[in-house]
Design a protein. Sequence first.
Length: 351
Amino acid sequence: MIKTDILIIGAGPTGLFTVFEAGLLKLKTHLIDALPQPGGQCSEIYPKKPIYDIPGFPEILAGQLVDNLMEQIKPFNPGFTLGERAETIEKLEDDTFLVTTNKGTQHNAPVIAIAGGLGSFEPRKPPIPNIQDFEDKGVAYIIRDPEVYRDKRVVIAGGGDSALDWTIFLADVASEVTLVHRRNEFRGALDSVEQVGELSKLGKVNLITEAEVKELEGGDHLTAVGIKHKTKGDIRLETDYFIPLFGLSPKLGPMANWGLEIEKNAIKVDNSYDYQTNIPGIYAIGDVNTYKGKLKLILSGFHEAAIMCQSAYQRIHPDKKYVMKYTTVGGVEGFDGTKKEAKKEVVKAII
């Protein structure tokens, strides 16, 4: 039985930052994640993808962000149960929770913080009859390492942010990049749409709209795709890789059966106070939750984690009053005996 103060379900950026905020309150944490390594989507799906809206970092790769978070929480020595999915949850007589994974590992804590992102994911696949024959043989639904496509011919299909972002990124990596979209209008950010349009004018991207990839050719590896154009008819394009980026279909998985209030595949929380669910002691933070005005951003998850940990402290220590101290004043003291002292600066007034 693994016992801790806050059991965090999900080891993505929000879950990892929860460790830090809890540590400042002297609360111990343990994380469960179905993936074999921490980092969530940032590690599993797009570790080499740049992120631009993390405060203090004009640009940071998703994998780097995870590395930084892991370094930040080192002093608080969190526990990890990786490669296992939180399967069941049970409320015990002492008002704590028992969470058991699909492999039978049991965890006990007075507070549960669900930070499972959007749950588990399955790629949305285009209806091409033989597409499964080329999976891992030229067809990929997720770009994990852009270097795989160095000096290769790549066809991307899709009209959202992911398709646009990777088209822009791979324009400087692949020998040839083609973006195929069934409409003239895109769903992604205007700036990205404009960049793709400019790359097309410069001849760095082959942009084909009002078209869909309908056929795949090859033997042991993909060699060509067949494109159906609205006005030009059939187009055959030789390529080394086909990457349909139509998004991922999120599923809450076992969490949907825990008695939590669910709305549109997300967990409803009280954002007027502490992001608690309809079950006292169980919180939901990050992309997994929903409330009026919700923004599915990593920085929003960081904010929610900080607020949630303050509420968790009061639940765990109802007779204690915590006086918040800024890290710039009190520093950071870890469970491992290390302490980062706050630097004291002497300011002299000029009279």
